[in-house]
Design a protein around this ligand. Structure first.
Ligand code: SF4
Ligand code: SF4
Length: 144
Protein backbone atom coordinates (compact mmCIF):
# COMPACT_ATOMS: atom_id res chain seq x y z
CA UNK A 1 0.00 0.00 0.00
CA UNK A 2 1.37 3.41 -0.97
CA UNK A 3 1.63 6.03 1.71
CA UNK A 4 -1.08 8.69 1.47
CA UNK A 5 0.44 12.09 0.88
CA UNK A 6 -0.42 14.98 3.17
CA UNK A 7 -3.45 16.96 2.08
CA UNK A 8 -3.40 20.75 2.00
CA UNK A 9 -4.77 22.34 5.16
CA UNK A 10 -8.36 23.57 5.13
CA UNK A 11 -10.56 25.29 7.67
CA UNK A 12 -13.00 23.00 9.48
CA UNK A 13 -15.62 24.52 11.80
CA UNK A 14 -15.63 23.27 15.35
CA UNK A 15 -18.85 21.46 16.20
CA UNK A 16 -19.98 21.27 12.57
CA UNK A 17 -19.80 17.59 11.60
CA UNK A 18 -22.06 18.07 8.58
CA UNK A 19 -19.92 15.75 6.50
CA UNK A 20 -19.90 13.05 9.20
CA UNK A 21 -22.52 10.66 7.85
CA UNK A 22 -22.27 7.07 6.65
CA UNK A 23 -18.61 6.66 5.78
CA UNK A 24 -17.09 3.83 3.74
CA UNK A 25 -13.78 2.44 4.95
CA UNK A 26 -11.33 -0.29 4.07
CA UNK A 27 -11.01 -3.26 6.42
CA UNK A 28 -7.68 -1.84 7.64
CA UNK A 29 -9.18 1.59 8.31
CA UNK A 30 -12.20 0.08 10.04
CA UNK A 31 -10.05 -2.08 12.35
CA UNK A 32 -7.70 0.86 13.02
CA UNK A 33 -10.65 2.96 14.20
CA UNK A 34 -11.95 0.14 16.44
CA UNK A 35 -8.49 -0.37 17.94
CA UNK A 36 -7.98 3.35 18.53
CA UNK A 37 -11.42 3.66 20.15
CA UNK A 38 -10.69 0.77 22.53
CA UNK A 39 -7.30 2.20 23.46
CA UNK A 40 -8.83 5.63 24.10
CA UNK A 41 -11.96 4.37 25.84
CA UNK A 42 -14.34 5.77 23.21
CA UNK A 43 -17.66 4.04 22.63
CA UNK A 44 -19.66 4.32 19.40
CA UNK A 45 -22.96 6.17 19.70
CA UNK A 46 -26.11 5.37 17.76
CA UNK A 47 -27.25 8.71 16.39
CA UNK A 48 -28.94 7.74 13.16
CA UNK A 49 -27.22 8.81 9.95
CA UNK A 50 -24.52 10.70 11.87
CA UNK A 51 -21.25 8.79 12.24
CA UNK A 52 -21.11 6.85 15.52
CA UNK A 53 -17.70 8.40 16.20
CA UNK A 54 -18.87 12.02 15.97
CA UNK A 55 -19.10 12.85 19.65
CA UNK A 56 -19.06 15.95 21.81
CA UNK A 57 -19.01 18.11 18.69
CA UNK A 58 -15.93 16.52 17.21
CA UNK A 59 -14.46 13.39 15.66
CA UNK A 60 -13.49 11.13 18.54
CA UNK A 61 -11.18 9.07 16.30
CA UNK A 62 -9.70 11.98 14.35
CA UNK A 63 -6.12 10.65 14.35
CA UNK A 64 -7.19 7.50 12.51
CA UNK A 65 -10.18 8.69 10.49
CA UNK A 66 -10.51 7.02 7.06
CA UNK A 67 -9.31 8.56 3.83
CA UNK A 68 -12.87 9.47 2.78
CA UNK A 69 -13.17 11.70 5.86
CA UNK A 70 -9.81 13.29 5.08
CA UNK A 71 -10.76 13.97 1.47
CA UNK A 72 -13.92 15.89 2.36
CA UNK A 73 -13.59 19.44 1.12
CA UNK A 74 -10.68 18.51 -1.13
CA UNK A 75 -12.58 17.12 -4.11
CA UNK A 76 -15.54 18.37 -6.10
CA UNK A 77 -17.49 15.17 -5.46
CA UNK A 78 -17.24 15.66 -1.68
CA UNK A 79 -17.60 19.37 -1.05
CA UNK A 80 -17.58 20.91 2.40
CA UNK A 81 -21.13 22.27 2.79
CA UNK A 82 -19.68 25.20 4.74
CA UNK A 83 -17.64 26.22 1.70
CA UNK A 84 -14.13 25.69 3.10
CA UNK A 85 -12.96 23.69 0.12
CA UNK A 86 -9.29 23.44 -0.78
CA UNK A 87 -9.27 21.28 -3.87
CA UNK A 88 -6.64 18.86 -5.06
CA UNK A 89 -6.68 17.50 -8.63
CA UNK A 90 -9.34 14.82 -9.01
CA UNK A 91 -6.83 12.33 -10.47
CA UNK A 92 -4.77 12.71 -7.30
CA UNK A 93 -7.80 11.94 -5.10
CA UNK A 94 -8.63 8.92 -7.24
CA UNK A 95 -5.03 7.72 -6.98
CA UNK A 96 -5.14 8.11 -3.19
CA UNK A 97 -8.41 6.20 -2.87
CA UNK A 98 -7.24 3.41 -5.19
CA UNK A 99 -3.90 2.95 -3.47
CA UNK A 100 -5.66 2.95 -0.09
CA UNK A 101 -7.51 -0.27 -0.91
CA UNK A 102 -11.06 -1.49 -1.39
CA UNK A 103 -13.78 0.01 0.81
CA UNK A 104 -15.73 -3.01 2.02
CA UNK A 105 -16.95 -1.53 5.30
CA UNK A 106 -18.89 1.42 6.63
CA UNK A 107 -18.11 2.86 10.06
CA UNK A 108 -21.74 2.39 11.15
CA UNK A 109 -21.19 -1.38 11.20
CA UNK A 110 -19.81 -1.00 14.69
CA UNK A 111 -23.35 -0.42 15.99
CA UNK A 112 -25.12 -3.57 17.14
CA UNK A 113 -27.92 -4.44 14.72
CA UNK A 114 -27.10 -1.54 12.41
CA UNK A 115 -28.42 -3.43 9.39
CA UNK A 116 -31.85 -3.91 10.87
CA UNK A 117 -31.83 -0.38 12.21
CA UNK A 118 -31.06 1.22 8.86
CA UNK A 119 -33.31 -1.10 6.88
CA UNK A 120 -36.19 -0.05 9.15
CA UNK A 121 -35.33 3.66 8.93
CA UNK A 122 -34.95 3.64 5.16
CA UNK A 123 -38.16 1.64 4.76
CA UNK A 124 -39.98 4.22 6.92
CA UNK A 125 -38.54 7.12 4.92
CA UNK A 126 -39.49 5.48 1.63
CA UNK A 127 -42.99 4.80 2.89
CA UNK A 128 -43.33 8.41 4.04
CA UNK A 129 -42.24 9.56 0.58
CA UNK A 130 -44.78 7.28 -1.04
CA UNK A 131 -47.46 8.66 1.28
CA UNK A 132 -46.54 12.18 0.15
CA UNK A 133 -47.35 11.18 -3.40
CA UNK A 134 -50.97 10.18 -2.69
CA UNK A 135 -53.91 12.43 -1.77
CA UNK A 136 -54.10 13.36 1.98
CA UNK A 137 -57.47 11.67 2.45
CA UNK A 138 -55.98 8.27 1.51
CA UNK A 139 -52.79 8.54 3.58
CA UNK A 140 -51.96 6.23 6.46
CA UNK A 141 -52.30 8.49 9.55
CA UNK A 142 -49.76 6.37 11.47
CA UNK A 143 -46.99 7.59 9.13
CA UNK A 144 -45.83 11.11 10.04
S1 SF4 B 1 -15.27 19.77 6.45
FE1 SF4 B 1 -16.88 21.30 6.32
S2 SF4 B 1 -18.80 20.17 6.59
FE2 SF4 B 1 -17.14 18.86 7.31
S3 SF4 B 1 -17.04 19.22 9.51
FE3 SF4 B 1 -15.56 20.61 8.51
S4 SF4 B 1 -16.66 22.51 8.18
FE4 SF4 B 1 -18.18 20.93 8.59
S1 SF4 C 1 -14.67 9.11 11.50
FE1 SF4 C 1 -14.61 11.16 12.31
S2 SF4 C 1 -14.36 12.51 10.54
FE2 SF4 C 1 -15.03 10.51 9.79
S3 SF4 C 1 -17.26 10.68 9.64
FE3 SF4 C 1 -16.77 9.81 11.64
S4 SF4 C 1 -16.70 11.56 13.03
FE4 SF4 C 1 -16.55 12.36 10.94
Amino acid sequence: MRKIKTLPAMKCEEGCGRCCGIVPATETEYQRVIRYAKEHDVNPQDQGITCPWYQENKCSVYAVRPIICRLFGHVEAMPCPQGHNVSIPEREAVRMIRSNGKCGRVLHEVLPGWNALFAARFAKATEAQAQEAIPPASRDPSIP
